[in-house]
Design a protein around this ligand. Structure first.
Ligand code: B12
Length: 210
């Protein structure tokens, strides 16, 4: 199916709160070769479009909210199961720093676990100090950070400063890093990814180096 048409159809279904037709679009798209990857990309593109329309004042926040809720339900039904084959790796964790946009973290968490990686879900809406405490308590060596708001993205710099001595590697992802391609370097992150495939590639790279 043409992805642009699928985005338009999914957007219409979400704004009408029509779960059945939203599911139909996802189902048709996910019959391709990599079902979860295609469906999560479709959800990201559609929510991004809805976010832009909200920014222009064409939609209300409640419409964005309900679209997010329905997408969470759809993604939950599609999430790949944890792989029984485990990979030898350093301790890893994932969190949404400060903000409450949880969908991206949920996708990255499941995709990595489906790929055989073990990682701790360190939560969302978490402050820099709380996260540093959790990282030390659980001896995390690779930390994945998902943020959707610019102020949260900027806090990564402070996080890195507090973790620099322990040598924890930070991988960042989420909308602010897509909007500004240099932001990850400005906040001193070690790596930046834009989708689940990037997350797997970067984690494999770090694992092969350790
Ligand atoms: C849905 C949504 C909401 C929902 C969230 C529902 C939920 N349960 O998560 C609700 C309605 C609650 C919401 C609230 C708000 N939102 Co909002 N929201 C969005 C929207 C439209 C989509 C986000 C989303 O879920 N996308 C789908 C997921 C799957 O995509 P994703 O998170 O980007 O993740 C993918 C990749 O980025 C990547 N990825 C993500 N994390 C990571 C991490 C790693 C390590 C890697 C490798 C990859 C990776 O992989 C994922 C899968 O492909 C965005 C628009 C946008 N362009 O993103 C605005 C947006 C993020 N929101 C915004 C704002 C301003 C708000 C509010 C402040 C609004 C308000 N006035 O109250 C609040 C703040 C809430 C808070 N404190 O966190 C702004 C942020 C602007 C900015 N510059 O900071 C945006 C960009 C909209 C806009 N264009 O202005 N929001």
């Amino acid at each position: 199916m043409d992805i642009q048409k699928a985005v338009e159809r999914l957007e219409r279904s979400l704004l009408l709160l029509d779960r059945t037709s939203a599911w139909d679009v996802i189902f048709e798209v996910s019959s391709d070769t990599d079902p979860f990857e295609t469906a999560s990309a479709l959800v990201s593109l559609t929510l991004e479009r809805i976010g832009k329309d909200w920014e222009k004042g064409n939609l209300s926040l409640s419409q964005v909210y309900m679209s997010g809720v329905i997408c969470e339900e759809l993604i939950d039904q599609l999430l790949p199961p944890k792989s029984p084959t485990r990979i030898d790796q350093p301790n890893m964790g994932i969190a949404v720093l400060e903000d409450f946009h949880v969908l991206g973290k949920r996708i990255i968490f499941s995709v990595l676990r489906a790929g055989g990686f073990e990682l701790e879900d360190l939560g969302h809406g978490i402050s820099v100090n709380e996260l540093v405490a959790k990282v030390s308590e659980k001896n995390i060596r690779v930390l994945l950070i998902s943020v959707l708001m610019l102020p949260s993205a900027l806090r990564v710099k402070e996080l890195k400063e507090q973790l620099i001595e322990s040598g924890v590697k930070i991988i960042v992802g989420g909308a602010p890093f897509r909007f500004d391609a240099n932001l990850w370097k400005e906040v001193n992150a070690d790596y930046c990814g834009h989708n689940p495939a990037d997350a797997i590639r970067i984690v494999k790279q770090i694992t092969s180096m350790s």
